[in-house]
Design a protein around this ligand. Sequence first.
Ligand code: HH2
Length: 279
Amino acid sequence: MSRPVADGTRHPTLEALLSRPYPAVMGVLNITPDSFSDGGQYMTPDRALAQARRMIAEGADIIDIGAESTRPYGSQPVPRDEEMRRLNPVLAAVVALEVPVSIDSMKSPMVEWALGNGAAIANDVWGLQRDPDMARVIAAHGVPVIVMHNRDKPDASLDIMQDIAAFFERSLEIAAKAGIPDSHIILDPGIGFGKTQEQSMTVLARLDELRTSGLPVLVGASRKRFISAVVPSEPKQRLGGSLAAHLIAARGGARIIRTHDVADTVQALRVAHAIESKR
Ligand code: HH2
């Protein structure tokens, strides 16, 4: 289940990661000037690669690379050429680190390019429902896809769990039509996307309801704004809240945790698992 790499260590495959008793950790690598918590920090290829190496040393199982901020409010749309200009000097070098790389992009041509250049997972924050070519591109490469729930605007009157379930049903239909097997789908409720802060917390509290699909669930609560609704804080001061959310997500069945703070998250997940195994 694992493949050897040049330095003699062995990094497990995605299948092996998902079968572990504690969740896999996905480290966030934002090559953007405007990401909500770390914009501008990894804009040069050297810095981006150093951050990827650091996250892997800290225990990241997957590196998620994005070159366009997807934060719901205030992010600037990035033209495809610019997204490519940011990713091009970084992607191959990160892929060479031999950890599965996911490409966080809403544009099917970017995803196609990244999958052709070694990315192993597609991360679509519109769950195959925005770019009409996304499902075809992903099916053609035969790779797993993270299908994230999203909405243009939050609606406080919604039953958010029902909305997510209906959204995933549509995504799964699109995937099936394009020839993406269920075994390649990872569901993500999209914490902070098209949701009120209350709804983001409801989703975390009721995550186990998403498991009825039998598909693995990813959660990314790292540094997000709902934390500040409970304890006012700047994004970089939200580690405690992020860990709390991620431990609750793990208990609710999340199989992958997406985070900016890899070392602390790995430690929290592993210690929680070690304690729970004593019951
Ligand atoms: N959150 C962000 C971006 N991409 N992808 C998935 N699947 N799930 C998430 O929760 C998710 C995501 C937002 O975080 P970040 O990448 O740090 O910010 P920005 O989009 O501003 O770059």
